[in-house]
Write a protein that binds this ligand. Structure first.
Ligand SMILES: Cc1cc2nc3c(=O)[nH]c(=O)nc-3n(C[C@H](O)[C@H](O)[C@H](O)COP(=O)(O)OP(=O)(O)OC[C@H]3O[C@@H](n4cnc5c(N)ncnc54)[C@H](O)[C@@H]3O)c2cc1C
Length: 803
């Protein structure tokens, strides 16, 4: 083994091998993979090898497409067969709701260029003859599905990497990782040390253990997973290979395995494996089979696929593989650890391994993943994702693998975890809570405890009329919203303005003022939207998306402030309440000596003031489009502030409102939000944020690219649409049609209660930005007429919030 390498990849499963290959492909050849046993000896060797393109996140779906298309190239380069079978796949719907879900999946596939086909149950039985069609209402066909040989694929990656100069060392365990002062690493192995510039943790089943070597507790957990292989089925003899299948109601997947059928299941009562520590002596091993546990799924399977009941079981496999709490991979650099990267928690190595390798190698070589990888960025988790949290969420996710996730559905596991001081008061006011980064935050308020739950549906839910009431209260009177679920940073010290001016695209505001600003990467794409609130010459309070806090901290580490400037995350130190609506000033003025008249405290002001006895930071900011104030207090004051506002607000008819109403109101104002409208695939001009980019400043990150985008006009435009919807509104990811062609996609949607119509925000090509008519938005498989709005539907001049 060599004693130094540019990169050491720890782990030779399908993911580590893919990372190694992609690094060589990107031009880094001094790369070394260290594997403690044989390649594939972790979870890879016993995988069923199935692969498919659909994923809940369109960007992950794209990487899955990339992976599947890679296998032929890999075979060509390496000379190693991947055992590729591409019979196509069928997804079977046993209920109307599931069929609706398939319609939506087909719709989403349209703008990803996927050729999916909806068919009836009769047609399904023709193309997939092993089913009893009476259990199904229809199906979706995907020609790009199949399976590979896990051993072949992993070795093909390794061989292709070796051809390009990469090295693979087997039977050598990495026992420790020691950072050097310059950011490089000493990789301590059983066979000696390697000095590496970068280390990649691709240790699969042992990713947690390798993480712990550097003080990191990664949110991954292995679950036991079982599949069986039947004896040969006479009906398959001499026939074309069976389609791969998913039977959602049976929670079963199948594919042909030689003359028989491989049938696997994600049972509801899934069992974790090695929930705290993974044994190092588990090499090329399996777990004892437990057919009893999957008996309920098998019973359904044998009913739905009756021919399978006629043959015996040849083999049962029970093996562990790892998941992150949301089931997506954990990829990227780790904040606080220079040159340390992860590629783990990959639960679908044969659909995702290629995309993970591509992303990580581009990130390492180019400094940017080259695509929108937020859904699998390791930075989407923070400290709240503890071992026990991960355990609860992974089990939930596993049990729901083939269940529908409705757009309004909140999942119950690991809750409540984080609560604010006013949680009990909001509960007493019949709040229906959502979970955001482990924090309970109110979505809407029901009139009674009995009604404080939401039906899950693709259509408008029982929350609809109550959200309407909340919006009306904010529009006509005053509403109170808990706003603790934002990220916050405090930037202090000499050089604060210079540093912010370099990392943010807009001008840093004057003391006492607020400025909205995009944050751009070097490619001029949106990686954040911040509210900069200037409290003093050397003190700026930043408000941003909380879920991205780790992501931003990692970025700030890469672009550090000068000595003397401190950037302090303080999300839960400052919790907040907001009052919004035409009576909000009267309400607040009654509680403070600070003059809130527009002349004294105009729109976009920010100041320290007392509200009753409570010391607060108050900003005159509006995400609802109405006159409004955001009030930030350290957490010990939030309860007193809530009580004060509630009792003073009685005279004004103060009404609590929640996240659902806020979402609807911001869409009525065409205001975008991070992870929906603002993502690293869009530029600021495309996203309608051009006015918040200050080219008057000499330099800021992304300036040249943003200027180029401004001059060229960019490729896309974020637009607002009114949709001729019936009982369902857009929720995101629906295709936008124009004159019979899919031209774009929806990023958010809601019913706009103040303007009384269904609305959607979405991106279309810039060439269509002037067209108003001829648009349609596909809602649950139905193309509904849509009209492009030429201005925000509510108060385009913005006079209400500036009142
Ligand atoms: C029963 C079953 C069926 C499955 N079916 C499918 C399927 O149909 N389709 C699909 O896409 N996926 C399937 N999977 C999941 C698939 O197996 C995983 O997605 C994939 O194997 C993950 O690969 P990995 O490289 O991340 O992890 P692993 O395969 O666990 O690889 C990690 C490697 O790192 C090595 N390692 C760890 N620590 C060290 C160290 N300190 N030093 C040196 N080496 C180290 C290990 O020995 C191991 O070889 C299935 C899994 C199971 C269990």
């Amino acid at each position: 083994m060599k004693s130094s390498a540019r990169v050491v990849v720890v782990g030779g499963g399908v993911v580590g091998a893919s990372v190694l290959y992609h690094l060589t492909k990107a031009g880094w050849n001094d790369v070394l993979l260290i594997e403690r046993g044989e390649l594939t000896c972790g979870s890879t060797w016993h995988a069923a090898g199935g692969m498919h393109t659909l994923n809940g996140d369109p960007n992950v779906a794209r990487l899955q497409q990339y992976t599947i298309n890679l296998y032929r190239e890999l075979e060509r380069i390496s000379g190693q067969s991947c055992g590729l079978h591409m019979p196509g796949g069928i997804m079977l719907a046993g209920t109307r709701e599931r069929f609706d879900w398939l319609k939506m999946a087909k719709a989403r596939g349209r703008y990803l260029g996927m050729e999916l086909e909806l068919i009836s149950a009769d047609e399904a039985a023709k193309v997939f003859p092993i089913i009893d069609k009476k259990y199904f209402v229809g199906a979706l066909l995907d020609p790009i599905e199949g399976h590979v040989d896990p051993y072949g694929v992993t070795h093909a990656y390794a061989k292709a990497a070796q051809i390009a100069g990469g090295e693979v060392v087997r039977h050598t365990r990495v026992v420790d990782l020691k950072p050097r002062a310059d950011g490089s690493w000493d990789v301590i192995t059983e066979a000696g040390n390697v000095h590496a510039e970068h280390v990649v943790n691709a240790a699969g089943l042992w990713a947690r253990e390798v993480g712990r070597m550097v003080g990191l507790e990664l949110p991954v957990l292995a679950m036991q997973h079982q599949y069986l292989i039947t004896e040969d089925l006479p009906a398959l003899k001499g026939q074309k290979e069976l389609l791969t299948s998913i039977d959602f109601e049976g929670e079963i997947y199948t594919r042909q395995e030689r003359g028989g059928v491989l049938l696997g299941t994600y049972e509801r009562a899934g069992v974790p494996w090695s929930s705290v520590e993974t044994p190092w002596d588990f090499t090329q091993s399996l777990l004892p089979e437990d057919l009893e546990r999957i008996a309920p799924s098998l019973e359904v399977g044998f009913r739905h696929f009756p021919t399978l009941a006629d043959v015996g079981i040849r083999k049962v496999v029970n093996g562990p593989f790892t998941f992150a709490p949301d089931g997506n991979p954990l990829v990227g650099p780790i904040r606080g650890l220079k040159n340390f990267w992860v590629a783990c928690g990959v639960m679908a190595g044969f659909s995702q391994g290629g995309g993970v390798g591509l992303t990580l190698s581009q990130w390492m070589v180019e400094g940017d993943p080259g695509a929108d990888v937020w859904a699998m960025d390791v930075a989407r988790y923070g400290d709240w994702a503890t071992l026990a949290y991960t355990n609860a969420k992974v089990r939930e996710n596993y049990s729901r693998r083939f269940r529908i996730r409705f757009p309004n559905e909140e999942l119950p596991a690991a809750r409540p975890l984080r609560t604010t001081p006013v949680y009990e008061q909001l509960q007493a006011a019949h709040a229906v809570f959502g979970d955001y980064c482990g924090l309970e935050h109110p979505l809407w308020f029901a009139p009674s405890a009995e009604e404080a739950h939401e039906e899950i549906t693709f259509h408008r839910s029982n929350a609809h009329p109550h959200v309407a009431t909340e919006c009306r209260a904010v529009h006509e009177g005053v509403g109170l919203l808990e706003i603790s679920n934002y990220g916050k940073f405090e930037v202090t010290g000499p050089g604060t303005e210079e540093w912010l001016s370099r990392v943010m695209a807009n001008r840093v505001p004057q003391v006492g003022r607020v400025a909205l600003t995009p944050m751009l990467n070097e490619r001029g794409k949106l990686i954040g939207d911040f509210t900069m609130c200037r409290l003093g010459e050397q003190r700026v309070f930043l408000i941003c998306t909380w879920a991205a806090e780790s992501y931003y901290r990692r970025w700030f580490e890469r672009h550090p402030p000068p000595g003397g400037v401190t950037v302090r995350p303080c999300a839960m130190e400052y919790v907040g309440l907001s009052v919004a609506g035409p009576h909000s000033r009267t309400l607040l003025q009654g509680l403070t000596r600070t003059d809130l008249a527009s002349a004294a405290f105009p729109f976009l002001s920010f100041r320290r003031m007392d509200i009753g006895m409570v010391p607060a930071l108050v900003g005159r900011i509006s995400f609802t489009g109405e006159l409004g104030y955001e009030i930030w207090v350290t957490s010990e004051y939030q309860r007193a502030l809530y009580d004060l506002l509630s009792s003073a607000g009685r005279a004004q008819g103060l009404k609590l409102f929640g996240g659902r109403a806020l979402n609807a109101m911001r869409i009525e104002k065409s205001f975008g939000t991070w992870a929906r409208e603002y993502r690293p695939i869009y530029g600021p001009h495309e996203a309608g944020l051009g006015r918040f980019v200050d080219f008057g400043k000499s330099e800021f990150i992304g300036r040249a690219a943003a200027l180029e985008e401004k001059e060229s006009g960019g490729a896309l435009r974020l637009m607002t649409f009114s949709v001729d919807a019936a009982e369902a509104d857009a929720a995101g990811d629906e295709p936008i049609w124009h004159e019979g062609r899919v031209v774009g996609w929806v990023t958010s949607g809601a019913y706009g209660h103040r303007v009384q119509r269904s609305l959607a925000l979405g991106y279309i090509p810039v060439a269509l930005a002037a067209a108003t008519d001829g648009f349609e938005i596909e809602l649950i498989g139905e193309r509904r007429a849509a009209k492009r709005e030429s201005a925000p539907p509510l108060d385009p001049a913005g006079s209400r919030m500036r009142a």
